[in-house]
Ligand binder design. Structure first.
Ligand SMILES: NC(=O)c1ccc[n+]([C@@H]2O[C@H](COP(=O)([O-])OP(=O)(O)OC[C@H]3O[C@@H](n4cnc5c(N)ncnc54)[C@H](OP(=O)(O)O)[C@@H]3O)[C@@H](O)[C@H]2O)c1
Length: 319
């Protein structure tokens, strides 16, 4: 029988999804160990009494085994959207080699349960390195089924306070007076709320039927990239003039932005946008979670205007 208070090590626990998940796990009384490369990245988690924040190099197998010792569960959320100009080595290290080490260290430390974060569209035939390396990681996790009880999660794009989707578009629109040259404006997504994603992990922990499963996670609506930008602008009360870029200009934009520090957009990101990020079957339903509407949540962190508050209240009344 599963203990009611688990010891859980969350790799990538300081990030956007990690913050929501770690907070949720801690509030349920679980003891959560969160390694980070830089202590200040996890400052916001230090107030949580059952969270242990540790500076550690998770790419070092010996360190990883130590981190996993005494744990009931390992959760891997580590992911990078860009490889910092190292010809794919960043993706390979963070998505593939790290997962190999995580599986091995879990075996060494006798941790049986692994929840692993992938991405919708991940696979060997995917158009981008991001998605191909995520696919390779899934294969490594699945191949360890004899010794590891795994569950894999494959979300579409995730929204919520602190996301790098709506917040980034709002920032760009604010800086540019509303003018936005947009590549792959027709790319389709089913934006999923970060709380629903975190809840999927939490439910899987208690649900043995989730062992050996891959769950695609989607929100209730399919939206194009342009629609996401327009919705963001409307809620944030910003002007929005979108210039839809044809692919050759979109690639040029990606190549240029990929040279800037922090790579706000890259050719690899552009390639990821050439495939739709929508679910055939929504894993949230299988886990008993009702997906949250984006228009219900955006005003809580992007809005501010009284119109937005009214719209949010109206939505809540109708929900
Ligand atoms: N956000 C989305 O829309 C979305 C959609 C689909 C899938 N995902 C996947 O969901 C996961 C979490 O995404 P997120 O948006 O929460 O990401 P995030 O905010 O960027 O957080 C990433 C986390 O991973 C850690 N990390 C990053 N690079 C690392 C490296 N090279 N070595 C070790 N640790 C590293 C960071 O830890 P420290 O900086 O503290 O060391 C941080 O806690 C990722 O696997 C991502 O691919 C996200």
């Amino acid at each position: 029988m599963l203990k009611s208070r688990l010891q859980i090590c969350v790799l990538g626990g300081t990030g956007f999804v990690g913050t929501e998940l770690v907070t949720r796990l801690a509030s349920q009384g679980h003891r959560v160990r969160v390694p980070t490369r830089l202590l200040s990245r996890g400052n916001h988690l230090r107030v949580l009494p059952t969270v242990e924040l540790i500076v550690a190099n998770v790419h070092e197998p010996r360190v990883l085994s130590q981190l996993f010792t005494g744990m009931d569960v390992v959760i891997n959320l580590v992911g990078v959207l860009n490889d910092s100009g190292r010809r794919g080595a960043g993706f390979q290290d963070a998505h593939v080699e790290l997962v190999r080490k995580v599986v091995e260290a879990a075996r060494t430390a006798r941790v049986r349960r692994l929840l692993h974060m992938s991405a919708l569209g991940a696979g060997p035939e995917a158009p981008s390195r991001y998605l191909r390396t995520k696919g390779e990681a899934e294969a490594i996790v699945c191949a360890a089924a004899a010794s590891i009880d795994y569950t894999i999660f494959r979300p579409s794009v995730i929204f919520g306070p602190g996301d790098s989707l709506t917040n980034r578009f709002a920032r760009l629109l604010r800086l540019s007076g509303g003018f936005l040259p947009l590549a792959r404006a027709d790319a389709r997504f089913a934006p999923v709320y970060v709380n629903d994603v975190a809840e999927a992990f939490v439910r899987a922990l208690r649900n043995r039927a989730s062992i050996g499963m891959k769950y695609d996670l989607c929100g209730p609506h399919v939206l194009t990239l342009e629609e996401i930008v327009r919705q963001t602008a409307e809620v944030a009360g910003l002007p929005c003039y979108i210039l839809r870029l044809p692919d050759f200009l979109g690639k040029l934009q990606a190549a240029f932005l990929g040279l800037l520090p922090g790579k706000p957009f890259s050719l690899d990101n552009f390639r990821s946008l050439t495939v739709d990020s929508v679910c055939r079957e929504n894993g949230l339903a299988a886990l008993g979670i009702e997906p949250t509407h984006m228009e219900a949540v955006l005003p809580t962190y992007l809005g501010g205007g009284s119109m937005n508050a009214r719209r949010f209240n109206r939505f809540q009344q109708n929900a």
